[in-house]
Design a protein around this ligand. Structure first.
Ligand code: PHE
Length: 341
């Protein structure tokens, strides 16, 4: 019996199956469910007691040798397969295309505006979107019973009369003015919220950039010059501006700025509704009450402020006719801005 097992062990050790088929035959013969070692293990009952242990170990060792050999053969085979695949690589084949992402038209427009103002010394100020009533309204000269509150329908936080989603980034102006001494020259870009019915022209969330300049002797002429510079950088060197008197609680005097229509060159088109002018922003001299509310001496300092909606600028620039497209993130829409500047 011992010899028989030893013969099989030698056979296993010298076996050299090459093909996948031969390796499978090897597995079936020595390790399959009807392998030739099984009956030999059964023979143990005919072995004299004092040799049983040694016999059992021999059979086990034979089986383990077969297992090890099979594992080695299989590993060698899969290595060979990988190597031959590597040899067949076509190094001239074109690569997998990498899908190019694109910046969102809102980001593109916002960055452009920030860039224009940073060139004349404005720095970016950012703050929270969940604001308290004071920074959003009261500091901005809009106390609770002020009718101008109706101009901006507000989302209040649940069960709160004082915490809200900011309705404009003027709240950032209040935050900066209460913390910093003039001269102050900032722009505040960011997301704002108003409880408006969503349509092609309005959304309950949008973006603004507001600007604030407070120093000694800041005049309306400074405001006009700054806005003319902005308009010509943004819409082209021949752009004209027009200021129409308007009303905001936090500025006095206040104005709305139109630019000459850059789409039809002011000849008249459906964007400017055949007037030659498009409205782009609100502005004015900071109301002295706002300065005082924020702890700035209104006898010594004056300031101007302006604010614009980014969606509107982006829609004008890219001729987008539905504001909702800017929030749906449909890649078919966004893809069109892959190379936009
Ligand atoms: N906060 C105003 C708005 O959201 C815009 C504005 C800012 C107007 C600063 C004038 C001065 O409509």
């Amino acid at each position: 019996m011992f010899d028989k097992v030893k013969d099989i062990l030698a056979e296993i050790q010298s076996a050299n199956p090459g093909t996948a088929e031969e390796i499978e035959q090897f597995r079936i013969k020595y390790l399959g469910s009807k392998n030739i070692l099984k009956p030999l293990m059964g023979e143990i009952r005919n072995i004299p007691n004092e040799q049983k242990k040694e016999y059992g170990q021999l059979v086990n060792q034979t089986k383990q040798t077969a297992e090890k050999k099979l594992a080695d053969l299989q590993a060698a085979q899969s290595n060979a397969a990988a190597a031959s695949e590597a040899q067949n690589l076509d190094l001239t084949a074109s690569g997998e295309p990498i899908a190019l992402g694109s910046r969102h038209p809102i980001s593109i427009t916002m960055d452009r505006i920030i860039d224009i103002f940073s060139r004349i010394g404005f720095t970016v100020a950012e703050d929270r979107e969940i604001e308290d009533d004071w920074h959003n309204f009261s500091a901005m000269n809009t106390p609770e019973d002020h009718p101008a509150r109706d101009m901006q329908d507000t989302f209040y936080l649940k069960d709160s009369t004082s915490m809200l989603l900011r309705t404009h980034t003027s709240s950032v102006q209040a935050r900066v003015m209460t913390h910093k001494k003039p001269p102050i020259r900032i722009i505040a870009p960011g997301r704002v919220y108003r409880n408006e019915t969503i349509s092609a022209r309005a959304h309950c969330q949008f973006h603004q950039v507001e600007g604030l300049y407070v120093d000694e002797n800041v005049s309306f002429a400074d405001l006009k010059q700054t806005l003319l510079y902005f308009a010509q950088e943004m819409y082209g060197p021949n752009t004209k501006i027009r200021l129409r008197p308007s009303y905001f609680p936090f500025t006095e005097p206040s104005a709305e700025m139109d630019v000459s229509c850059f789409i039809c060159d002011a000849k008249g088109c459906n964007v400017c509704k055949y007037t030659g002018w498009v409205e782009v922003l609100g502005c004015g001299m900071v109301d002295p009450k706002v300065l005082e509310n924020c702890g700035i001496d209104s006898q010594k300092y004056t300031g101007f402020a302006f604010g614009m909606g980014i969606e509107r600028q982006a829609m004008l620039r890219y001729r987008i006719n539905d504001i909702r497209l800017l929030f749906e993130n449909d890649v078919r829409f966004l893809k069109q801005f892959t190379s936009a500047l």
